[in-house]
Design a protein around this ligand. Structure first.
Ligand SMILES: Cc1cc2nc3c(=O)[nH]c(=O)nc-3n(C[C@H](O)[C@H](O)[C@H](O)COP(=O)(O)OP(=O)(O)OC[C@H]3O[C@@H](n4cnc5c(N)ncnc54)[C@H](O)[C@@H]3O)c2cc1C
Length: 422
């Protein structure tokens, strides 16, 4: 695979626009929304909804209309996409503005990624249209985690039973820690992709994705979390009590032993292949914010970071900053690689996990160093350094903890199965 480090002009222009948004509707509200966890970033949402709606509409149009890259003789010209590169740059910039506010983007989000990964064309058009129209913003979410099933998804206890008389699926169980769960189901006409088992004895093969739409009877929001970081983000439990959804709101096949094309629980993994690089990008944004601020404050105190000095001539502070910057740079390159592979349509599970682990660790290290090197003021709520330290940690927890992603990396490199290395 050829590696090209040039970021196209249109992506740079888009990044500049997002930088303006980050500076005007994110950073100025960062502290306020951190102090008042369940307030909503209204200015940001109002600014983003028309933009995201338009993007979703264009994407649906591409899906509905025959590809214009198809030549007269029907042969497809291969056009390299920059879709994920663009997303990576945007997400990094927004997380630089504020990682919690970024997670409040009114969009299909992880729910959309699951629909894209597993849904049929008809389902994509039917389900994603709500994110492309209307005055009111709409949110999507994805629910896998349960009180008894976090890293070990095979322990999932939420059930989906088919009622032949009414031609409906009946869902029972509870999902916890769902990002934008309340926004999707209570505060907008959104949807949540809920993973549930149709046959517990079948383990992972029995786990299927179901679309639960806002307003479904039997669905309620449970505990709304009070968190350590990314406090602007909505994190809620969702309870299913005989919740009935239409038969065609299952994504993919209902069969446990489905055909090869049916992705089943592998669909969740395909969703993560696309979303983990973006978690990495958000971590990079937080780490960059912390490092930039640290360097600015050090410079105000007469401490510059030299890039042309041998190691033994550097002070401990300079070494720490350079170490943090090097880790961030390495994570940035890995993240670029994982999105370049996505854009080329290559299988990137290994690189997606690597990027997420590396970026989570690099940004956590950078934010911790910022707090440490800034002393008491680093610890004070007057500055955002302590907040970045709290915000950075989430990249090591959601969408597979560091330990789980490290296991995935080890399995892929060493050629072990899930059972051989768990
Ligand atoms: C803010 C926030 C937002 C979230 N958003 C969502 C969401 O939108 N949708 C959703 O479905 N979930 C979401 N989650 C849940 C998140 O994905 C889980 O918390 C995560 O997968 C870990 O599961 P757990 O909390 O049950 O921890 P556990 O699985 O109980 O793990 C506890 C510890 O044990 C370690 N561990 C577990 N198994 C192994 C192993 N085999 N080898 C080595 N170590 C292991 C873990 O790495 C971790 O350190 C969110 C969580 C948070 C905090």
């Amino acid at each position: 695979m050829a590696i090209d480090f040039t970021v196209p002009d249109n992506v740079i222009m888009q990044a500049q626009m997002v930088k303006f948004i980050a500076e005007t509707t994110m950073r100025p509200y960062a502290r306020q929304l951190d102090e008042n966890e369940h307030e909503r970033p209204t200015a940001f949402v109002e600014q983003m909804w028309p933009i995201l709606k338009e993007q979703q509409r264009a994407s649906l149009e591409r899906l509905e209309k025959p590809s214009s890259s198809e030549s007269g003789d029907g042969e497809k010209k291969k056009k390299v996409s920059t879709q994920y590169l663009r997303l990576m740059v945007m997400v990094e910039m927004m997380a630089w503005g504020d990682a919690g506010i970024y997670l409040c983007l009114p969009a299909a989000a992880l729910g959309g990624a699951a629909i894209e990964a597993v849904g049929t064309k008809e389902q994509k058009i039917r389900l994603l249209s709500r994110f492309a129209e209307g005055e009111q913003p709409v949110w999507g979410a994805m629910a896998i985690t349960e009180p008894g099933a976090g890293s070990d998804n095979s322990a999932m206890a939420t059930t989906a039973e088919f009622d032949e008389e009414t031609n409906e699926w009946v869902l029972n169980g509870e999902k916890i820690f769902i990002t934008s769960g309340k926004l999707a189901l209570e505060e907008s006409n959104g949807l949540v992709i809920v993973w549930a088992t149709v046959n517990k004895a079948a383990g992972r093969a029995g786990i299927k994705p179901f679309v639960v739409e806002a307003g479904t009877p039997g669905v309620s929001i449970g505990k709304v979390e009070i968190k350590h970081g990314i406090r602007a983000s909505d994190t809620a439990a969702i309870v299913f009590n005989n919740a009935r959804i239409p038969a065609d709101n299952i994504l993919g096949s209902p069969e446990v032993q489905a055909s090869k094309e049916d992705k089943g629980f592998k669909g969740a993994m395909a969703t993560f292949d696309a979303s983990r690089p973006l978690v990495a990008a958000s971590a990079l944004g937080v780490g960059r914010a912390a490092l930039e601020f640290l360097k600015e404050k050090l410079a105000e105190n007469g401490i510059d970071i030299p890039y042309n000095q041998p190691y033994h001539k550097l002070t401990a502070i300079q070494r720490d900053v350079l170490e943090a910057e090097a880790a961030m740079k390495a994570a940035h390159l890995l993240t670029l690689r994982s999105v370049a592979m996505l854009d080329e349509g290559l299988h990137n599970s290994l690189e997606a996990s690597m990027a997420k682990v590396k970026a989570g660790r690099a940004s956590t290290f950078a934010a911790q160093k910022a707090v440490e090197l800034l002393g008491a003021m680093g610890y004070s709520r007057e500055w955002l350094a302590e907040k970045w330290m709290r915000d950075s940690k989430i990249a090591m927890i959601y969408e597979g903890t560091d330990q789980i992603n490290t296991l995935i990396i080890a399995r892929r490199i060493l050629g072990y199965t899930r059972h051989e290395l768990s």
